[in-house]
Design a protein around this ligand. Structure first.
Ligand code: SF4
Ligand code: SF4
Length: 237
């Protein structure tokens, strides 16, 4: 079978293989044809998230995807390419810090029931593979968008019943955050962990509205009559 890999230019490789994962094929090419081929991999079992790349324009984990004849392999989008299929995710990960996506003020007296744990169980499964970040179309127009996996992480902590004060997190995601999402759902379609960042963003929008914030785009379509991103500039939490 033949596959093409986007390196500095598009390079075609022929490999004898059947029913193999993309990662296995990349390893075969590297060990038998071209030792300079560069890609990232770790656990080889869809847990570490380090081998995310695009096949025919869709984000996949190379260790889980079965190669087909004619596949076009490319690095993730929206992050600078370091070499071949390896991208620099530093900026993408920096949005976790920007969005304050961590536990802020833990209430030690609140017991976590099994039901409570279920509220944000799936969000805790994120493996930071970056597939959603790559698939998100917002980066074509706004490089500072906080982005799907960081917003999912914010919801994970905002929805934690032990969190005593989520006001800072809610405030931080009003700019370049929840209102910049187009709700296109591309992030959900590519997530190997079945996380829907789109759904998490919608929940964050509801939480924000309950805290006195509103969509600035909606407000501006009415001539800015709502006064920007908050009804009266002094949201309540
Ligand atoms: S739903 Fe929002 S966060 Fe997800 S890919 Fe679309 S614009 Fe990006
Ligand atoms: S939310 Fe899903 S696609 Fe996005 S980084 Fe986490 S595991 Fe990957």
């Amino acid at each position: 079978m033949k596959i093409k890999i986007q390196r500095e230019s598009l390079v075609e490789y022929e490999v004898e293989t059947q029913d193999s994962t993309l990662l296995h094929v990349l390893q075969t090419i590297k060990t038998t044809q071209d030792a300079t081929l560069t890609y990232a991999s770790g656990c080889k079992s869809s847990i570490c998230g380090s081998c995310a790349m695009r096949v025919n324009g869709t984000e996949v984990l190379a260790c889980a995807y079965k190669v087909q004849d004619g596949d076009l392999i490319e690095p993730l989008k929206n992050s600078p390419v370091i070499r071949d299929l390896v991208v620099d995710m530093d900026k993408a990960y920096s949005f976790n810090a920007k969005a304050k996506a961590w536990q802020n003020s833990l209430s030690p007296s609140t017991n976590l029931t099994q039901e409570n744990e279920k509220i944000n169980e799936i969000q805790s499964d994120c493996i930071l593979c970056g597939s959603c970040y790559s698939a998100c179309p917002v980066y074509a127009v706004n490089e500072e968008f906080i982005g799907p996996f960081s917003l999912t992480r914010v919801w994970r902590y905002v929805s934690d019943v032990r969190e005593k004060d989520s006001s800072q997190k809610i405030e931080t995601i009003q700019t370049n955050g929840i209102w910049d999402c187009t709700l296109c759902n591309e992030c959900t379609l590519v997530c190997p962990q079945d996380i829907s960042s789109k759904a998490d963003i919608e929940k964050l929008r509801s939480k924000s509205a309950m805290s006195g914030y509103s969509d600035p785009n909606f407000a501006s379509s009415f001539g800015g009559g709502f006064g920007g991103s908050s009804f009266d500039g002094s949201p309540s939490f």
